[in-house]
Design a protein around this ligand. Sequence first.
Ligand SMILES: C[S@@+](CC[C@H](N)C(=O)[O-])C[C@H]1O[C@@H](n2cnc3c(N)ncnc32)[C@H](O)[C@@H]1O
Length: 248
Amino acid sequence: MVKNIHREIHKKLPGADKRRIQYTRKAFRMLPPVHRPRILDAGCGEGKPTMELAKLCDGDITALDIDRESLDILQKKAEAAGMADRIHTVQGSLNNMPFDDGSFDIIWAEATIHIIGFEKGLRLWRRFLRPGGFLVIHEVVWLQADPPREALQHWRSQFPGIRTADQYAELIVSAGYDILGYFTLPEDLWWDDYFLPLETRLQQIREKYASDREALKVIDDEQVEIDLYKKYGAWFGSWFFVAQRCHP
Ligand SMILES: C[S@@+](CC[C@H](N)C(=O)[O-])C[C@H]1O[C@@H](n2cnc3c(N)ncnc32)[C@H](O)[C@@H]1O
C-alpha cells in the first residue's frame, strides 16, 4: 500500500527532470571518447539518464534496477525510440550485481550509490569496471559544512552518509579512483525540476486520499522534505563526480 502511494506520488511528474538531464550530458562530455562503450546504469529507474546516455553514444547500456515496473517502463521507452537493441534491462540489486569483473567501460549512478552506502558502493562496484574505466556519480551533498540542526537531523535519518563534496572526493580517491572532474547543479534546479512539481502532485493526491490515514502519512513525510528545502535549500544540493578507476 505504502509502496503504491509512493509510486503514485512520484510517477511521471509533469515538468520534472527537464533541466536535470542537461547535467547528465555535461558529465558525459567530461569523459574521454570511448568507442562503443559498455555502460552500466546502476539503479536506472524508469531510465531518464539511460535514454539520454543511449542518445549520447553508440554503446550498449545495461540498465539495472530492483523494481520490475520501472524496468518495464524503460523497456517500452527503449522500444519506442528504436534503441531496444542497445538498452538491456536487468532486474537486480545494487548490492549484488550479476556481472563479471571488468564488464563495463562506464558505470553511471544517478541518485543511487547512497542506497547501499557511498563508500561501500565505490569499493563494491570497482571490480565491474575494466582498469581505467569510468565511474560517474550524481549524489546529494551538503553545500555548506555547517548545516542547521533541523536539516542535519532530517538528512541523517534519510541518508546517513550525506557529506560535503570534499569529503566525498576523499572517499573516491581512497577507494582507488582518480577524479577527472566534478560540478554542482544550480541551487534553484531542484526546486524547479523536482520539488515544485512534487508539491503540486501532493496537493492533488492529498484531496484524493483525504480519508486514508496511511496515505496521508506518506504524503506528510514527502511534504517535510519540500518544506525543508524551502527553508534550507542553500545547505543541500547535488554534485556530479566523474572518476576513473586507477590501474590495475
Ligand atoms: C532516485 S531513483 C534514481 C533513478 C535514476 N537513476 C534517475 O536518476 O532517474 C533510485 C532508483 O534506485 C532503485 N533501487 C533502490 N534500491 C535498489 C537496490 N537495492 N538495488 C537496485 N536498485 C535499487 C529504485 O528502484 C529507483 O529506481
